[in-house]
Ligand binder design. Sequence first.
Ligand code: ATP
Ligand code: ZN
Length: 225
Amino acid sequence: MTESNRLRIAIQKSGRLSKESQQLLKSCGVKFTVNEQRLIAHADNMPIDLLRVRDDDIPGLVMDGVVDLGIIGENVLEEEQLERQLVNKPADCIKLRELDFGACRLSLAVPNEFSYNDAQSLEGLRIATSYPNILRRFMQEKGINYRDCMLKGSVEVAPRAGLADGICDLVSTGATLEANGLYETEVIYRSMACIIQSNQPQTPSKQALIDKILSRVNGVIRARE
Ligand code: ATP
Ligand code: ZN
């Protein structure tokens, strides 16, 4: 029995979005206590269940209709959408709104000694990234051939380790790049956290609850501006 009368919201279990996702829902009046060991947190005062998962799993859970809402970085949403389009899996969802946290950019960066003019400087070179689909779209638009070095983590050490010539990674302050002897050359995608809804038909009562949450999110963000 996978259908539920309770609204399911997927949020990041632990990481850069988890505290602010929980805080946002609490500010919207959803009362819950998180048990670090548990996947699910049941709200006490509304028919809402929070699913605490890896951020990478959130877009797919929403697109497959396993959960109703998700809070996720637009970067991860975009990457998953491009990946699913390639393999003909459901890739649609409704972006309800951008949120006011999780700001970062997906950028190209190269070692300090690399002389970079424009993206053409990367022709034929190897680029390490966790975002192969967003990178491919950018490089195809520019008509640049490059080679992949797919890494889920430690992307910033790939050039020094001799695995790649440059990287395409998330940046917020640039401190990590600097610490690894790299500099940012090109922003290819700007991202914020966002709240997404599955495009499965909802029962009227669930849709009413979604509308209520969204209108409260709007109020909370307006009050913080
Ligand atoms: P998980 O264990 O859930 O897979 P993760 O390590 O993939 O976590 P985090 O590093 O917690 O992910 O980042 C989650 C999201 O936070 C990113 O996808 C991005 O949208 C946002 N973010 C904001 N600033 C940064 C940053 N400087 N570096 C990386 N991500 C950032
Ligand atoms: Zn992740």
